[in-house]
Design a protein around this ligand. Structure first.
Ligand SMILES: [Zn+2]
Length: 393
């Protein structure tokens, strides 16, 4: 079996040791990587994002002439999903090897890819490159790709503008050209509490919330029945669901509050903004009817995530480069969102390709196969060879 280098294993251990659950700061991890890059003679761009100890990091290996414009982006997010309530067989923040796999939070999603890229830095520096290579590390992907837009903007503002890129989410090192968008909305209905024997004095937030739930299910049913359809997806239409609800505080009290979280994942080409606007319009109508009962009632809609979909043409340059580097171009598209859509929207066309299996992500005992990391190293090695002055490019 192919095994990764000690450098990759060391980096993975260091990355996983940082608890970068999305609610935690990621700057300590980025600072550790930036210090390493500086020690290699590079000038990393550490880009703090407001407060909260969050940020993005760009590490550029210049071309042979010292240029940093254009070239290839290798992108990964540094945050992870929580381990709360999950039963792990070993400490999630200590990489543990069992049966040809490495266990730990983020091993698949997606510190394994980042570790491979960091381990490849010395090899990148050792070559005279025809084009620069940029390692872009973001924050808060798992909570709605919040860091990637600023990362893309910073790449352009710094005059680096990669011409294409690879986003290393776990795909089994297969090349993914398309995924859906993700939109998440949190809706809060504020009614008027009353003793449940005096329903006419209250405004029932749960009952009105149920109307929104039913409306959203209707949207989902319509997409499922009428499309649009794309059979490259395992779910070939836009999906919509209500996934969180809470409200009320006693069986004998008309509930003042109901909170709902819903999402939809649309096919590229659908008008996400219009569907969000229709949702907001429905909520306004609910609010109007609540206020007819009591003017104190209100409905608020907060869109907490809006990630664009990805739809890269089969003959796009990035696909041709991936194929030249031995990546299997898949016709299949994936239902999960990635930052590739964000970068592509920002003028940096990206495909998704990274070590591990998305099915191993987010769960207890998240893991990545050693062989997958080795395959990623081999891919990066071929990329370096391709970019070498006088190489295949
Ligand atoms: Zn991920």
């Amino acid at each position: 079996m192919q095994t990764p280098t000690q450098q990759t294993l060391d980096w993975l251990a260091r990355l996983v040791a940082h608890d970068t659950t999305s609610r935690e700061p990621n700057l300590p991890l980025l600072e550790e990587i930036a210090a390493h890059a500086r020690a290699l003679g590079l000038m990393p761009l550490l880009l703090p994002a407001g407060g909260g100890g969050k940020g993005n990091l760009v590490v550029t290996v210049p071309d042979a002439a010292g240029g940093v414009r254009g070239g290839v982006l290798l992108s990964g997010h540094t945050d992870c999903v929580p381990v709360d309530g999950q039963a792990w067989a070993s400490d999630p923040f200590t990489v543990t090897e069992r049966d040809g796999r490495l266990y730990g939070r983020g091993t698949a999603d997606m510190k394994g890819f980042v570790a491979c890229c960091l381990a490849a830095l010395p090899a990148l520096l050792a070559e005279p490159l025809a084009e620069p290579v940029h390692l872009g590390l973001s924050h808060d992907e798992e909570v709605g790709c919040l860091g990637a837009p600023a990362l893309a903007a910073a790449l352009h503002a710094a005059g680096r503008s990669p011409r294409l890129g690879f986003v290393g989410e776990p795909t089994g090192m297969r090349m993914i050209r398309g995924h859906k968008s993700i939109n998440v909305a949190h809706i809060t209905l504020t009614g008027v509490a009353a003793h449940s024997s005096l329903t006419d004095r209250g405004v029932n937030a749960i009952e009105y919330g149920a109307e929104i739930v039913r409306y959203w299910r209707g949207v989902a049913d319509r997409w499922r029945a009428e499309g649009p359809f794309d059979d490259a997806y395992p779910v070939p239409y836009a999906s919509a669901s209500v996934n969180l609800i809470d409200g009320g505080n006693a069986v004998n009290t008309v509930p003042e509050r109901c909170r709902i979280a819903l999402e939809f994942r649309a096919l590229p080409g659908m008008d996400d903004a219009a569907h969000l606007a229709a949702l907001v319009g429905f909520c306004r109508d609910v609010e109007r009817r609540m206020r007819a009962e009591n003017p104190a009632a209100a409905v608020t809609v907060e869109v907490t995530a809006q990630t664009v979909g990805l739809d890269i043409a089969p003959d796009a340059e990035v696909v041709r480069l991936g194929a030249a580097l031995g990546l299997e171009p898949l016709a299949d598209k994936v239902t999960y969102g990635t930052e590739a859509g964000v970068f592509t929207d920002a003028g940096i066309p990206c495909v998704v390709c990274g070590p591990g299996d998305i099915a191993d992500a987010h769960r207890a005992d998240e893991s990545v196969e050693l062989a997958q990391l080795a395959a990623c190293e081999a891919f990066l090695g071929r990329l370096i060879g391709h970019l070498r002055v006088g190489g295949a490019s």
